[in-house]
Design a protein around this ligand. Structure first.
Ligand SMILES: [Cu+2]
Length: 296
């Protein structure tokens, strides 16, 4: 089941109107810069009543899918086995068929089996589990580093490799949503990353514990005040992806979403250049201070 929803209008309008609309859109995009360049792209969103995880967009999530499928087999077989044993015992040893119950209390072979077999099952699970844990831990070759800082109740981002600019991403309120923007997931500023690039993600927090979670990338990392946690992802396609804070961090925990756009490497370079001008530098004075009387 594909979960990428193309929000472009369906082809019901006459062709000439569609062509004109496309032309106008292109001209508008040309003149308004990155704001519109970021619009009108495929979105990957959670769907009501959907089963299973979101489609994977990063190698770690692909491995999470694989590990989940292995566990699903293991748990299904164990459940069927236990259910079959229960049914067998209920029928075979029911009171009416066994007026005199057995007094058996030990059976060495059975006890060895029911100790050793679960250990073997756990070992079978542990090996890929630890491999996955270390795979998702950090990347040796990062093409880009991004720092996400959880705050009550929004995320701040820093791009140390691209001029060390920083910006906040605050949720867009329901009344301000534009058509096609998902409720509780849209933010005013977008985290932008290049496609097919290892992104080193550093996560921390300024006040309480938050967690930066992006289902399509298999990322869920706690942001702990005073600590710097690390993880990574590599988006395999362009588009808009959404996540949320996944640590109950206070009254507005549900209102600090993450909106991330994956773009081509060229588009990212262009965006980073513009962002360097548009956003404040981590090393520079705070724009709020600079604008106020205290800056004199
Ligand atoms: Cu939070």
């Amino acid at each position: 089941m594909r979960r990428i929803v193309d929000r472009r209008p369906a082809g019901a309008a006459p062709r000439i109107i569609m062509v004109m609309a496309a032309l106008v859109g292109a001209v508008v995009a040309l003149f308004t810069g990155m704001g519109d360049a970021l619009a009108d792209v495929p979105q990957q969103l959670p769907k009501a009543w959907a089963l299973n995880f979101q489609d994977s967009a990063s190698p770690v999530m692909t491995e999470v899918h694989r590990f989940h499928n292995l566990l699903l087999w293991v748990i299904t077989l164990i459940t069927i086995f236990v259910l079959a044993l229960l049914v067998y015992v209920m029928v075979r040893f029911r009171a009416s068929a066994n007026p005199v119950p057995s007094k058996t209390s030990h059976h060495t072979l059975v006890e060895v089996v029911w100790t050793v077999v679960p250990i073997l099952i756990l070992v079978v699970i542990a090996v890929p589990s630890f491999k996955l844990l270390y795979y998702g831990d950090k990347t040796k070759e990062a093409g880009l580093t991004i720092k996400a800082i959880g705050k009550q109740w929004f995320w701040s981002y820093e791009y140390p490799d691209n001029g060390n600019f920083t910006f906040d991403a605050i949720m867009v309120a329901d009344k301000d949503l534009k058509p096609g923007q998902p409720r509780l997931l849209e933010t005013d500023n977008t985290v932008v990353v290049p496609v097919d690039t290892n992104i080193r993600l550093l996560v921390t927090a300024a006040d309480v514990i938050h967690a930066w979670a992006m289902p399509a990338f298999g990322v869920k990392k706690d942001g702990v005040p005073g600590r710097l946690n690390e993880t990574w992802f590599r988006a395999d396609r362009e588009g808009l992806f959404y996540g949320q804070c996944s640590e109950i961090c206070g009254a507005y925990h549900g209102f600090m979403p993450i909106k991330l756009q994956v773009v081509s490497k060229e588009a990212f370079a262009k965006w980073a250049e513009e962002a360097k001008q548009k956003f404040a530098s981590v090393d520079g004075p705070s724009p709020r201070l600079a604008a106020g009387p205290a800056a004199q």
